[in-house]
Each structure stands twice: as structure tokens, then as C-alpha cells.
Design a protein around this ligand. Structure first.
Ligand SMILES: NC(=O)c1ccc[n+]([C@@H]2O[C@H](COP(=O)([O-])OP(=O)(O)OC[C@H]3O[C@@H](n4cnc5c(N)ncnc54)[C@H](OP(=O)(O)O)[C@@H]3O)[C@@H](O)[C@H]2O)c1
Length: 268
């Protein structure tokens, strides 16, 4: 690991690819990178909104920012992304696009779970497989996987989502270990509740102590090159580490009760 204090073009290179760049934490990552002079390819499903966001980055930070609209649940998503990349070398990959569902397992259509696994698991895997291999050959690059503090325990009422986040966590940490002798920097970011569109999509409420997405992305960039994983915010750290001290049965009860409380609020 490089122990870089700051992501700058000199450390990694000129181009970053960010998924989930139309809102929340992904958009914040893209903005912070733009602020550091890095050009971005911004992936999302949101055509007009993403184009506006990229335009504003270009004007504000005098960098290149290219929107790429693609449904990551679609089998052929990589083709469109690679066409957009062309011969540019991607030196920073940030996987952020995900969605969740809060509710009883049987209440959701299995097709939605399939889509969730495609976006939260397969898109991470496919993109990382392509860019990690290139980065290993060049012995340079950075990858951030945005997982969740919920990986501290399986979670009732969010069973499939938490399982997808656990996949990202394990994949990221294992690749950190595999690449330990290289100059490649990999970080798994574990956000806790964050004020984004995520809760609306998941059908739950934002907690009063939810963090600002820009702050969460800042924590990710600050820890890149220093750690293998980082938890955003002291509350989430407490939640994560207390969870580690509990027996699995108590841990799942505690974690799931938090979600249940949010569901009850939603249904009031
Ligand atoms: N917010 C939280 O409380 C929280 C807590 C823990 C972890 N996280 C993690 O943080 C990451 C970012 O989430 P967020 O909170 O910033 O949520 P968000 O505001 O809902 O952003 C999600 C992003 O993913 C994109 N996306 C979703 N489905 C897609 C698809 N099929 N194809 C292409 N893009 C798709 C969305 O694009 P479109 O709008 O174009 O669909 C959007 O840009 C996720 O990995 C999430 O698991 C969030």
C-alpha cells in the first residue's frame, strides 16, 4: 500500500470510473475526485440528471466528466461502459451503485432480488475483474467497494441486501490480501445510515443521525491506501464493533430490531 495522503492525479492517474454517480455517495465521490483534478466517467441509470451533474463538474472543476447511462441489471452493461471508456486508462474504480429492500423476504418478487444481485454483486464483480487485472499489470491503481456497516451481521427484513453487501466486503478484503505486494490500493467502505435516495428506494426512512454523503465519501478517500476497510462515523463504528462482541443470535436480534423500528415508523 502506498500510504497516500490524498488522491491526486500523480498517485494514480487521470481517469476514474464511478458507478452510482447520479446521487448520494457515488455522486459525492465523483465530485471530490473532480475537485482533485481527476476526470470521471459517471455511470448511472439516470439520463438527464447524470448529464446535468457531469456538466456541472466540468464547469466547476475544469475537468472532463462523461456521463454513461446504463442499467447495471442488464446482462450487457459492460459493453456500453467499455465503449464509453474507449482507449482511456481507468486508474481509479469506485463501485457504489446498489439498491436495497427493507421488508419480509417473501414480500418481494424474486425478480427484484435477481436484479439486486446483478447490480450489487455482479456489477461489482465484473467491473473489478476487468480493472483489477489491468491495474495489477500496471502495478498501479485504486479500487473502492462501497459496502455497508450492516455486514457486521445478517439482517432480518433485509436478508438479500445484506447478503450482497457481505459479498462485496469479502471480495474486497480478499483482493486486498491477494494484491498486498503490489502498489494497488483497495478499500472497502462501510457507510452507516446516510442521507441519500437509498432509503426511499428501499422503502424505509432516513434516521435523524444519518450522515452527509459528502462526508462519507471523504472518509473513503482519506483512508484509501491506509486501510483495507473503513467504517464511516462513530455511531456505525460502535454498532459494528459491539456487534462483533455478541454471540450471532444476539447480534442478529439487535441489528434486525433497528430495521424493524424503521419499518414500523414507515407504516404509521
Ligand atoms: N444511504 C445509506 O444509508 C447507505 C448505508 C450503507 C451503505 N450504503 C451503500 O452506499 C452505496 C451508495 O448508495 P446511496 O446511499 O448513495 O444511494 P442512492 O442515492 O440511492 O444511489 C444509488 C446509485 O446507484 C445507482 N443505481 C441503482 N440501480 C442501478 C442500476 N440498475 N443501474 C445503474 N445504476 C443504478 C443509482 O442510479 P439511478 O438513480 O440512475 O438508478 C444511484 O446513482 C450503495 O452501495 C449502498 O449500498 C448506503
Amino acid at each position: 500500500m502506498k500510504n497516500s495522503k490524498k488522491i491526486i492525479r500523480k498517485d494514480y492517474g487521470e481517469w476514474a470510473l464511478v458507478t452510482g454517480a447520479s446521487s448520494g455517495i457515488g455522486k459525492s465521490f465523483a465530485e471530490l475526485l473532480s475537485d482533485q483534478g481527476i476526470n470521471t466517467i459517471c455511470i448511472s441509470n439516470e439520463k438527464d440528471q447524470q448529464a446535468e451533474i457531469c456538466k456541472s463538474f466540468k464547469q466547476k472543476y475544469n475537468i472532463e466528466s462523461i456521463p454513461c447511462y446504463v442499467d447495471l441489471a442488464n446482462e450487457n452493461f459492460l459493453k456500453k461502459i467499455n465503449e464509453t471508456i474507449g482507449d482511456r486508462i481507468i486508474s481509479i474504480l469506485i463501485c457504489c451503485a446498489s439498491f436495497g429492500f427493507v421488508g419480509k423476504f417473501e414480500d418481494q418478487d424474486v425478480e427484484i432480488y435477481k436484479e439486486m444481485i446483478h447490480v450489487n454483486v455482479y456489477s461489482y464483480l465484473r467491473l473489478i475483474h476487468q480493472f483489477y487485472s489491468d491495474m495489477i499489470k500496471r502495478n498501479n491503481g485504486a479500487i473502492i467497494l462501497t459496502s455497508s456497516v450492516n455486514v457486521s451481521s445478517p439482517l432480518g427484513l433485509s436478508a438479500v441486501y445484506t447478503a450482497t453487501k457481505a459479498f462485496e466486503f469479502y471480495l474486497g478484503e480478499a483482493l486486498c490480501w491477494e494484491s498486498r505486494d503490489s502498489d494497488l490500493d483497495i478499500l472497502v467502505l462501510l457507510p452507516g445510515p446516510t442521507r441519500t435516495n437509498f432509503q426511499k428506494t428501499a422503502g424505509t426512512k432516513v434516521t435523524s443521525y444519518a450522515m452527509d454523503p459528502l462526508k462519507v465519501a471523504e472518509i473513503g478517500l482519506k483512508n484509501l491506501g491506509k486501510k483495507w476497510f473503513t467504517i464511516a462515523g462513530w455511531r456505525s463504528k460502535l454498532f459494528f464493533y459491539i456487534g462483533q462482541l455478541l454471540f450471532p443470535k444476539r447480534r442478529i436480534k439487535l441489528a434486525s430490531k433497528t430495521y424493524l423500528r424503521q419499518l414500523l415508523k414507515k407504516n404509521r
